[in-house]
Design a protein around this ligand. Sequence first.
Ligand SMILES: Cc1cc2nc3c(=O)[nH]c(=O)nc-3n(C[C@H](O)[C@H](O)[C@H](O)COP(=O)(O)OP(=O)(O)OC[C@H]3O[C@@H](n4cnc5c(N)ncnc54)[C@H](O)[C@@H]3O)c2cc1C
Length: 439
Amino acid sequence: MSLNTQAIPKIIVVGGGAGGLELVTKLGRKLGKRGKAQVTLVDNTQTHIWKPLLHEVAAGTLDSHQDEIEYLSQASHSGFRFRLGRMDQLDRDNKTISLAPTLNAEGDEIIPRRTFDYDYLVIAVGSISHDFGIKGVAEHCLFLDTTSQAESFHGQLLEAYVRAHTQGRPIDQGQLDVAIVGAGATGVELSAQLHEVSHLLSAYGLDEVKPAEIKISIIEAADRLLPGLPAKLSKATEVELDKLGVSVLTNERVIEITEDDIKTESGKTISAAIKVWAAGIKAPLFLSQLGLATNNINQIEVKQTLQSVTDDDIYAIGDCAACPWVGHEGNVPPRAQAAHQMASLTYKSIKKRMAGKAAPEYHYHDHGSLVSLGKYSTVGNMMGNLSKGSLMIEGLFARVMYLSLYKMHQVALFGFFRVGMLSLSHLFRRSVHPKIKLH
Ligand SMILES: Cc1cc2nc3c(=O)[nH]c(=O)nc-3n(C[C@H](O)[C@H](O)[C@H](O)COP(=O)(O)OP(=O)(O)OC[C@H]3O[C@@H](n4cnc5c(N)ncnc54)[C@H](O)[C@@H]3O)c2cc1C
């Protein structure tokens, strides 16, 4: 089908993550396929993995190559175009964005700098870890911001295990210890996954390393685990982690990381071979250089309609948006459920504006939070619609709710039928493959 692309609006979504990929898929299906708009996704990688799964990729309990979505394939099914590249510039007067040249692994340019015009621009580039300028973090810590970082974490973990297994002597004290800075959902979920992995690796033959010899610690500046979530949830999680032997140090502000140690303000030194930084987020720096109003963590300041306070034709959604949370202090939290809701609202907003109507307002609905402790447990709270309170959930029900979050994301991308087929094939695959990626 050839489209008259001159006459139709051009919509560009930058960032194909939890929010951006859902949005561009819906825009493509409803507007792109019907020739009502030219819809383009820009991302600096070729594939998508739902970010809340990255700790499982790092631990090896999820194989990123089996769960990733190719943007080009999704684009051809869903009526949008995909363009590979990292956005780094914006020209609001001419309504264009510019993508930096794309280089291959050897540093040779494979795609030159390109510019694209837009009528509506949606920035959905997510967030990265915030090291708060603390000495040694960038040099000595692992991060879980991208699939390649999670894969590299897994590679290093396996390498350390294989080395310990074959060294012909008992492991040295602390040789495989892991310390995670930050007791948010990422740090907590990763600690439980790593505990499970130490047992799985032993069961798969790396049995010179005894799981009990590996110490997993979480270090947190606040006075409790999961500081952004209800206190009851923190308590339940602490009990579960205690059963696993994960050591939790709260009220400990990290001030320096060296090759071997983590140093805290109170004078403690925690030694660990593997150090993971999972303490706080910020939006990518280039957002603060685009001429749009941003806050102190580079998030684009948006109105209640998710339009930039500087420019009505530019939306920001997901972790990179600073959107006031009506009725609460501060902004909408950086969560997958917020990115999902913002994607739905932005689709409606663009459609309305194309019809000459006013942009609707976004109000964050907190449906609760779930924290997965791998095969051991899942804990969470669900927000009641009728009461102001929340309901604590645990065990199988919580696990099903947790898994359904990812299913909802998949349904937004593929529809119910294909997700049903995918889930079945996943079950069959699990029956013949190991429970952990072993290479
Ligand atoms: C390990 C981990 C566990 C988590 N667990 C949970 C959880 O249990 N529940 C929950 O609600 N949230 C969780 N989160 C947070 C959740 O993943 C994020 O809130 C959510 O992914 C934000 O979605 P987004 O669309 O804003 O950005 P992302 O999903 O991060 O996507 C951003 C996209 O933008 C692309 N991009 C970045 N810069 C550029 C650029 N300059 N040009 C082009 N493309 C670019 C990236 O490649 C990426 O595809 C977790 C996060 C992590 C790291």
